[in-house]
Design a protein around this ligand. Structure first.
Ligand SMILES: NC(=O)c1ccc[n+]([C@@H]2O[C@H](COP(=O)([O-])OP(=O)(O)OC[C@H]3O[C@@H](n4cnc5c(N)ncnc54)[C@H](OP(=O)(O)O)[C@@H]3O)[C@@H](O)[C@H]2O)c1
Length: 321
């Protein structure tokens, strides 16, 4: 099969097409004919050896796919030919991939393979972040950083679906319509986000800030919280890992909450399936439907990572074999 490999950890440019043996189907796993693979920020970090997961080289990146079932455990509800989305963790940038049975979900009619491949990582993360770690309620006002990116657009759709109010933060004017289309009630530019959020909340602040970006906006994000507000630490696309003086938390009765969805979900049997069930009505109704920024070919995998690295993605990129 054709697959994209990383053989050296030098970032975008290091991905190359290879002809490899198709993966074997381990026990309790599903073998999938890949029609689309989601490209996520962790793939960029993996290409530099900067992700928490450090597979030995060479390896095939790609954490999420959509396609059709080639073979599934006989005691499962899946049959050959079923359309599925799956969390493969690694190995998704290939014509065939395997995923553990609890991480494979039937794709509802009307959801394309590209959309399906863009669902698992970001939407399950956002559900975990906002519902479980953030204790979201429909009355909340939620600030979303990196709002035109993959996690950001998923969060905005999720908040609209749940009836909460969202304020999106983006870096450029051209990203404003992307955030609006994903359901943002308000969109502000990063350079003036603190003042704008104060104004939009009548000085009360937001209940939750969802932050996949980190870096130097972190302290201002804390200043945007209302009493008992929660800042959800989701990622560090800006590069720097911020630190916090905890007296700020004490004085303002606010919390910084860590979000590590993968480690939490994978250690708890049944958790992923419950999450997918929770999202399912929104996926079927179309309210949770990833905005696809570009469908690129395997040959363009390096360009996909460059787009993430250069902050050019609006929504989600998927690769087609
Ligand atoms: N904690 C978890 O369980 C979990 C799960 C999944 C993903 N994540 C993390 O969530 C983060 C977002 O992932 P994603 O797939 O949504 O990424 P993405 O689509 O590239 O979006 C990230 C956003 O970050 C902003 N950004 C700010 N500075 C940047 C920089 N120097 N380089 C690139 N982007 C920058 C950009 O928005 P602006 O240009 O508008 O600022 C961009 O749209 C990643 O760190 C990823 O590892 C965490």
């Amino acid at each position: 099969m054709r697959a994209i490999q990383i053989s050296e950890l030098t970032g975008p440019g290091s991905l190359h097409l290879a002809e490899l043996a198709a993966p074997k189907q381990p026990k309790d796993h599903v073998l999938i004919q890949v029609e689309a693979a989601g490209v996520a920020f962790p793939d960029l970090l993996l290409s530099r050896g900067q992700y928490q997961l450090k597979p030995p080289v060479p390896f095939i990146p790609g954490s999420e796919v959509a396609g059709t079932v080639i073979a599934a455990p006989t005691d499962s509800a899946l049959r050959e030919g079923d359309r599925v989305a799956a969390l493969a963790l690694l190995g998704g940038f290939a014509e065939q991939a395997v995923a553990p049975l609890p991480a494979v979900y039937k794709l509802p009619d009307g959801v394309s393979f590209a959309e399906g491949a863009a669902l698992p990582m970001n939407y399950l993360t956002v559900e975990f972040a906002l519902d479980r770690r953030g204790q979201l309620s429909a009355n909340d006002t939620v600030v979303v950083h990196g709002a035109a990116g993959g996690v950001g657009t998923a969060a905005l759709q999720f908040l609209k679906w749940r009836g909460a109010r969202s304020i999106a933060v983006v870096s450029t004017d051209e990203k404003i319509p992307v955030a609006r289309a994903a359901g943002a009630d308000e969109v502000v530019l990063v350079e003036s986000f603190r003042e704008n959020i104060a104004e939009l909340t009548n000085g009360n602040g937001a209940d939750i800030v969802l932050d996949p970006v980190g870096g130097d906006r972190f302290t201002d994000s804390l200043r945007c919280l209302s009493p008992e507000g929660r800042l959800l630490v989701v990622g560090f696309t800006a590069g720097d890992i911020p630190s916090v003086k905890v007296n700020r938390l004490l004085l303002n009765n606010i919390a910084v909450v860590g979000v590590s969805w993968g480690t939490f979900a994978l250690a708890r049997p049944g958790f992923l399936a419950d999450q997918w069930s929770a999202l399912h009505p929104g996926i079927v109704s179309g309210q949770l439907r990833p905005p696809i920024a570009a469908e690129l070919t395997f040959e363009q995998a390096n360009e996909a990572l460059r787009m993430l690295d250069e902050r050019r993605v609006q929504g989600k990129i998927v690769l087609r074999p």
